[in-house]
Design a protein around this ligand. Sequence first.
Ligand code: APR
Length: 242
Amino acid sequence: MNIKNGRKNLDKSFAKMKHIVVLTGAGMSAESGVKTFRDHDGLWEGHDVMKVASPKGFANNPELVLDFYNQRRRQLKTVEPNQAHKDLAALEVDYKVTIVTQNVDDLHERAGSSDVVHLHGELLKIRSTGNYNDIQVWTEDINLGDTCKKGYQLRPHIVWFGEDVPMIETAVKICYAADILIIIGTSMQVYPAASLINYVQPDTTIFYIDPKPAISNAGKVNVIAKSATEGMKELISILKTS
Ligand code: APR
């Protein structure tokens, strides 16, 4: 086999593939056993958001904030990707797929998705409070007194309320290039993530899977009012026939 030509052919067929962009939120991981934020019994019901997920909260009580994310990190080790994560990964056989997720878990990656952009950071990474770019993989608890090499306290690599979303520009560019946008399991309440729907081309087909959709079935949004796993089943059959 001529490897050079093989590569060329691969590139050619990849170029012809439609580009699916998927915007996911907490509902994507709900069936894996990860709590959403704003549903009844969601994470924010038992917590004061500004105390555990803001720079001010961290300055006032770093131990409380570290403990909140330590619990999330520990729980992440006990859950698995659900069928919807796996179905999205499997779409890569026929499509170029980019996942833009608001989730800080690694369930898309574990399901096999190869192109995942984390808008709100990642639970399994930490960064130095003294240098935004000093980011490391970190799978255990972060304790008060854990520092980077320069002596600054470590913090979760999470975008808190009131902080910039550095990946938003990348995400906007990705949305511009989408042939199909699939939104799954988000209440579309948190900006700038929720605004990404406005950055697709006028002819981009949009699907929105959520049991309690925040957007009605109007205009060009095709709402599938189902859970992520049930909705993905339905969407796959729609994609097969379109
Ligand atoms: N399948 C799909 N969607 C579901 C499921 C399910 N099984 N269960 C619940 N949902 C939906 C809810 O109907 C809701 O619309 O998931 C959505 C969860 O919304 P939120 O809790 O607001 O989560 P999200 O939209 O991801 O929040 C955005 O807010 O606090 C911040 O940084 C945090 O990234 C998060 C951001």
